[in-house]
Ligand binder design. Structure first.
Ligand code: NAI
Ligand code: MG
Length: 353
């Protein structure tokens, strides 16, 4: 089979999810690649219509694609936790997306709440652990609804799980000019888990003498995201810390409309532990603006670029990033309000050349 063929599963999802994914696919189409897409209706609307979140047969089919592109799922009418646990987290766990990759990069011309920050000051990648920590679903509740209620939510950290994501982060740091890795945790209070993370980072760092290794508590890191973002290059961190920190990252780098992410299974294609990785904008389904053509599709388009990079199509990925960079400069200089579709059309035209 042609190595440049991509068999892609698309989960447009709810609200603006399907609106922004349509623009991402438009960009993908003009790259001259042979792409075969199959759309899967999953999410809040599908749940209301069928009672299904992620049927086993669908999960089994999804395993057969090269990659998955997701818009966003969710609606206030679905009880909290249902789609998160039974669809999103299930996909991450079942497909072993142990790396949640979230670049935090300020493009030239983009406004940041950090008034004086320049693009070279905000250019990092957060490698968030994706399958363990407080998100593992370990815990329980007793005497619910009474004044004696007890709820526990444990953080699970395995030596295997921590080491593999730490190794990925070191390898990622090797591909970047600054070659710096910062572990973000809370080792002074979360002493058991923190000790495991710190020891593994220290042990693995011996194999990467070219990398400068640093440590930062998560509370201090939150402050430095705002006051001194230059200090970060690659960050490796726990599932929960990474979730929170990357929303802050999205905010300082120009907002949720620009933040892309990958749920990555880094195993070699063909190996037993391989499964398709899933790329998605960080934002949700935004019911407040859904159906109004107000959503910025840039995060979804940049997620497509991340996907191509993951699939070994670095040139095509760079073409998209370049086109987005130009578009972002022009939106500041000559700002007119464009619809979701118009932004997608403009970026597509630039990619097409
Ligand atoms: P949200 O990200 O959907 O929206 C937060 C705010 O940002 C809203 O004011 C929205 O209008 C704005 N916004 C988001 N994306 C935008 C874009 N591309 N362009 C312009 N403005 C944008 O987060 P919220 O409101 O907390 O969640 C809404 C629903 O999405 C919930 O059901 C939630 O569970 C779900 N969700 C799903 C995610 C996923 O599928 N991975 C991730 C986050 C939330
Ligand atoms: Mg989040």
């Amino acid at each position: 089979r042609d190595s440049h063929d991509i068999r892609l599963a698309v989960i447009p999802g709810d609200g603006i999810g399907s609106e922004v994914v349509a623009e991402g696919l438009k960009v993908l189409e003009v790259l001259g690649l042979k792409v075969e897409t199959t759309t899967y209706a999953l999410g809040a609307a599908h749940y209301h219509a069928t009672g299904e979140t992620l049927p086993d047969e669908t999960l089994a089919e999804l395993r057969g694609y090269d990659a998955i592109l997701l818009g966003a799922v969710g609606h206030p009418s679905v009880p909290p936790g249902v789609l998160e646990r039974e669809l999103l987290l299930k996909l991450r766990f079942e497909l072993d997306h142990y790396v949640n990759l979230r670049p935090v990069k300020l493009f030239p011309g983009v406004e940041t709440p950090l008034g004086k920050a320049r693009p070279e000051d905000i250019d990092m990648v957060v490698v968030r652990e994706g399958t363990e920590g407080p998100y593992a679903g370990a815990g329980g509740v007793m005497r619910r609804g009474t004044s004696q209620e007890i709820a526990t939510q444990e953080s699970l950290n395995t030596a295997f799980g921590v080491e593999r994501v730490v190794r990925y982060a070191f390898d990622k740091a090797m591909t970047r000019p600054r070659r710096k890795l910062t572990l973000v945790h809370k080792t002074n209070v979360l002493t058991y888990a923190g000790d495991l993370w710190a020891r593994i980072v220290e042990r693995v760092s011996a194999e990467y003498p070219e990398i400068t290794t640093d440590y930062c508590h998560v509370d201090a890191a939150s402050m430095f995201f705002v006051t001194d973002p230059q200090r970060f290059d690659v960050i490796v961190t726990d599932n929960l810390f990474g979730d929170i920190l990357t929303d802050l990252g999205a905010a300082v780098a120009g907002g949720i409309g620009l933040a892309a992410s990958g749920n990555v299974n880094p195993a070699a294609p063909g190996s037993a532990s391989w499964a398709p990785s899933m790329f998605e904008p960080v934002h949700g389904s935004a019911p407040d603006i859904a159906g109004q053509e107000k959503a910025d599709p840039t995060a979804a388009i940049l997620s497509v670029a991340m996907m191509l990079d993951h699939l070994g199509l670095a040139d095509e990925s760079a073409r998209i990033e370049q086109a987005v960079a130009v578009d972002l400069v022009e939106r500041q200089v000559d700002w007119v309000s464009r619809t979701t579709r118009e932004i997608g059309d403009d970026i597509t035209a630039r990619v097409a050349g």
